[in-house]
Design a protein around this ligand. Structure first.
Ligand SMILES: NC(=O)C1=CN([C@@H]2O[C@H](COP(=O)(O)OP(=O)(O)OC[C@H]3O[C@@H](n4cnc5c(N)ncnc54)[C@H](OP(=O)(O)O)[C@@H]3O)[C@@H](O)[C@H]2O)C=CC1
Ligand SMILES: O=C(O)C1=N[C@H](C(=O)O)C[C@H](O)C1
Length: 249
């Protein structure tokens, strides 16, 4: 496949290496310095675009992919509140997009089991649940996209929680008392070079259950994004990574 990389930072560079090792060709690399090269004409040289840029640039980049009619795999997080309008735009314009808050196999297994666990915990209301995420200090968004997906999996299955709220622990205005009993707390921590750690904690007076995923590096995210670009080749419309993994247990 001919691939356009939109965003050539930590993720873009690892994706490039994996794509080349799987015999793909990189025909366009866009970063902040050369963003003017992201034109419809240049994009149309690619079979697919892989977008890992920033929360502030992802929507324009998706829009250019739609104008070019080029399928796009989106890994950038921090645009959750625009999801419905991007989905509608994708479908109305006959375009193709696959989005994941996290492309790693391990996290997608985690997403699946998290939902089953949340359903089970309806029977044990004396456990209080919360989500914790830890990422490197360069991360621009909080909570992480992965933490939002985990929270949505809990909200869809655990009757006692209606919405999530976020607490960035090093934020000066952080206030622990602002969480209502029907709200699910997502606590975000920013520490040095942590690639991404997510934990769901069910805590009671007598014990705690901790369900945790730790990324040791970014290779799993990058491989998943390349596999998604390969999977998307014969597809149309708006897809989530769940469509690709399709766990059936
Ligand atoms: N879904 C998943 O599995 C994963 C998602 N992510 C997400 O992917 C995104 C990128 O992560 P990461 O690579 O670590 O971040 P980086 O900051 O390392 O890379 C982002 C790059 O995008 C560049 N950029 C700035 N403006 C544009 C533009 N208009 N078009 C294209 N690129 C631009 C930045 O340049 P400059 O630095 O000069 O501003 C930077 O090089 C984040 O949102 C992160 O949360 C990360 C890992 C896994
Ligand atoms: O910014 C990151 O680094 C990561 N972002 C994604 C997210 O917001 O969930 C995925 C992964 O955790 C790394």
């Amino acid at each position: 496949m001919k691939i356009a990389l939109l965003g050539y930072g930590k993720m873009g560079k690892i994706i490039e290496g994996i794509a080349l090792s799987r015999q793909h060709e990189i025909v366009l690399k866009i970063d902040k310095d050369n963003q003017q090269d992201l034109t419809v004409e240049n994009l149309q040289k690619a079979d697919v675009a892989i977008e890992f840029s920033t929360p502030g640039t992802v929507l324009d980049n998706i829009s250019t992919c739609f104008s070019a009619g080029v399928p796009v795999v989106v890994g950038t997080t921090g645009w959750h509140n625009m999801m419905a309008s991007v989905k509608a735009n994708c479908e109305e314009s006959g375009n193709t997009l696959l989005y994941a808050t996290n492309f790693s196999v391990g996290v997608n297994i985690f997403f699946h089991v998290n939902k089953i666990l949340a359903k089970l915990m309806n029977n044990y209301p004396y456990y209080e649940v919360q989500v914790e995420e830890i990422h490197h200090t360069q991360k621009l968004d909080s909570p992480s996209g992965t933490a939002i997906t985990i929270a949505e999996g809990i909200l869809d299955n655990l009757d006692s929680k209606k919405d999530w709220v976020n607490l960035l622990t090093n934020a000066p205005t952080a206030d622990d008392n602002s969480v209502a009993s029907d709200e699910l707390l997502i606590e975000s921590h920013r520490i040095d070079s942590v690639p991404g750690t997510h934990t769901v904690i069910y805590d009671s007076e007598v014990d705690s259950i901790e369900f945790k995923h730790t990324a040791h590096n970014r290779n799993g995210f990058a491989l998943g994004a390349v596999l998604a670009a390969e999977w998307l080749q014969d597809k149309k419309g708006f897809h989530s990574v769940e469509d690709m993994f399709n766990f059936n247990v």
